[in-house]
Design a protein around this ligand. Sequence first.
Ligand SMILES: Cc1cc2nc3c(=O)[nH]c(=O)nc-3n(C[C@H](O)[C@H](O)[C@H](O)COP(=O)(O)OP(=O)(O)OC[C@H]3O[C@@H](n4cnc5c(N)ncnc54)[C@H](O)[C@@H]3O)c2cc1C
Length: 265
Amino acid sequence: MCDGALAVQSEGQGAPPPYTDVTALPAGWRWRIPLQHRYGNGYVYSSRHVSDEVARQTLVGAIDERLLHEPRTIRFKPGRRLKAWNKNCIALGLAAGFLEPLESTSIALIETGIDKIKQLFPDRSFSPVVIDEFNDMSRREMERVRDFVILHYKANRRTDTDFWRQCREMSVPDTLQRKLDLFQARGHFVRYRWEMFQPASWLAIYAGFDLMPQSCDPSVEGLDTASLAGALAEMRKAVAGAVEAAPTHADFIEHNARPIAMAAQ
Ligand SMILES: Cc1cc2nc3c(=O)[nH]c(=O)nc-3n(C[C@H](O)[C@H](O)[C@H](O)COP(=O)(O)OP(=O)(O)OC[C@H]3O[C@@H](n4cnc5c(N)ncnc54)[C@H](O)[C@@H]3O)c2cc1C
């Protein structure tokens, strides 16, 4: 659905939060990325549902700090190269394809791409079967990311704009529909080859949108609920303890991530 983005930097203010903020907007979503000295902000939107000017006003209106420049407009067509590897040339990163950054997958796809090159490193013959395997793996991985990103739109509950209504009503790839059907039927997580996102990530989106299963897998019916509740309580305690002991994000950057030249200033 989305085919455009506006990006603008704003002044850094106070301690940076340790996460990127993503907020749904009338025709897409907004990102807010804390960097060491500034914020990166943007609005990814569907140009069929909002004009560039209205999108610009919405984005600028949502930013409290001083802008460091005028918002830049970017048009994109999501997709991938049919052959990431062709003859003796391999495309990685943006050269291989682009999916909107809702789940920040670009760098991970570059890393897994490098791993695939290592696994299938060619000899001088550049065997077509090796190249086909690389292209098949790359296609599957990108399609699995695509499905996960589409889920965020498909599962939305908003009724306030045509954009969100149409996202909910759109048809989705069979591979995603199958996952949705099996999860809703009995809480089953389908895992295809080359899935980047683990069941915990899928659950976060299903549960976040209140897409709960109608029944459960029969294998869990015999579980002792008291010991399960005990294990979950222990887990909650361990997570709370780790959060309590963690330094603030600003402290962590100060001690571990400041470039040497800047630390010396
Ligand atoms: C603020 C910010 C935050 C981001 N956060 C994340 C994140 O959390 N997770 C994530 O996965 N991604 C994130 N991204 C996106 C990610 O950084 C990019 O997708 C990734 O860097 C793309 O890498 P690339 O090597 O494909 O392309 P690039 O990094 O764009 O590299 C292309 C290189 O090619 C050079 N070049 C271009 N044309 C030519 C030419 N004709 N001849 C020679 N050289 C040329 C360019 O100068 C550049 O150095 C973020 C991006 C930004 C801006």
